[in-house]
Design a binder for this molecule. Structure first.
Ligand SMILES: C[S@@+](CC[C@H](N)C(=O)[O-])C[C@H]1O[C@@H](n2cnc3c(N)ncnc32)[C@H](O)[C@@H]1O
Ligand SMILES: Nc1nc2[nH]cc(C(=O)O)c2c(=O)[nH]1
Ligand code: SF4
Ligand SMILES: [Mg+2]
Length: 210
């Protein structure tokens, strides 16, 4: 296929730069502990300095893959499918999610919300970033807000973000992994003082699974 043809299909969400797919246990947030098939789509220009998948950023490094192929593979493993990245909302998620839904999958997204919301979702995990704030639509539709805490100032950011989400949105503070030993006591204290928040840990990293 010609380069322009591939570009066109990627623009339409009929092909997507697939980085990796794996069957694992959701490690974070509300669904932690639940078996789920993860689809990691390449491409992100938000630029979090502590991002734990920087290899995902450059979409060019990940092969444009026919969306139907991604779908056929995913539904073999699990009825819960998590779409992550990279930033999945870099791309039009309509095709991918419509096809997965037609096969009966429960669809979850991990997103910074920095780009226009596309796709049909059963669960939206919004993890907002200061560098590129979420769109209003994703604040309105998020099921959980998961703020990464790297330093004390992030607690202030967390409150600002909590003020923007819908009233049913479940609120989580998650320690940035590299500073977890320093940050966990801060989060524990904060959640006890402000019990509208819950703690989220990257439990998959403790379990040594993907
Ligand atoms: C790699 S991101 C991909 C999805 C999307 N770009 C986002 O940021 O939500 C998946 C989740 O991991 C979180 N995350 C990334 N790096 C982390 C780190 N070093 N410590 C804790 N959480 C991290 C993100 O905030 C997000 O909730
Ligand atoms: N087990 C596991 N759970 C996760 N929850 C969110 C993840 C992500 O990178 O989006 C992730 C991940 O990479 N692995
Ligand atoms: S938005 Fe997500 S994928 Fe992009 S740099 Fe930040 S944590 Fe990494
Ligand atoms: Mg991860």
């Amino acid at each position: 296929m010609k380069k322009e043809q591939i570009e066109q299909l990627v623009n339409e969400g009929k092909m997507l730069p697939l980085m990796e797919e794996f069957y694992t246990i959701q490690g974070e947030g509300y669904h932690k502990g639940t078996a789920a098939y993860f689809i990691r789509i390449g491409g992100c220009d938000v630029g979090c300095h502590w991002c734990d998948v920087k290899e995902s950023w450059d979409a060019e490094k990940h092969p444009p893959t026919v969306t139907e192929k991604i779908v056929d593979n995913a539904t073999k493993y699990s009825d819960t499918v998590v779409i992550t990245g990279g930033e999945p909302l870099t791309w039009d998620m309509t095709e991918l999610t419509t096809q997965l839904k037609a096969k009966g999958a429960k669809l979850h997204i991990e997103t910074s919300g920095a780009y226009q919301l596309s796709g049909v979702w059963d669960w939206i995990c919004l993890s907002p970033k200061k560098l590129k704030l979420p769109t209003q639509e994703v604040y309105d539709k998020a099921n959980e807000l998961k703020v990464i805490v790297f330093n004390k100032h992030d607690l202030k950011f967390a409150e600002e973000q909590a003020a923007k989400v819908n009233k049913d949105c479940i609120l989580y503070l998650q320690p940035e992994w590299s500073v977890r030993n320093k940050i966990i006591p801060l989060i524990v204290d904060y959640v006890m003082q402000n019990p509208k928040w819950k703690v989220s840990l990257q439990t998959h990293k403790y379990l040594n699974i993907p």
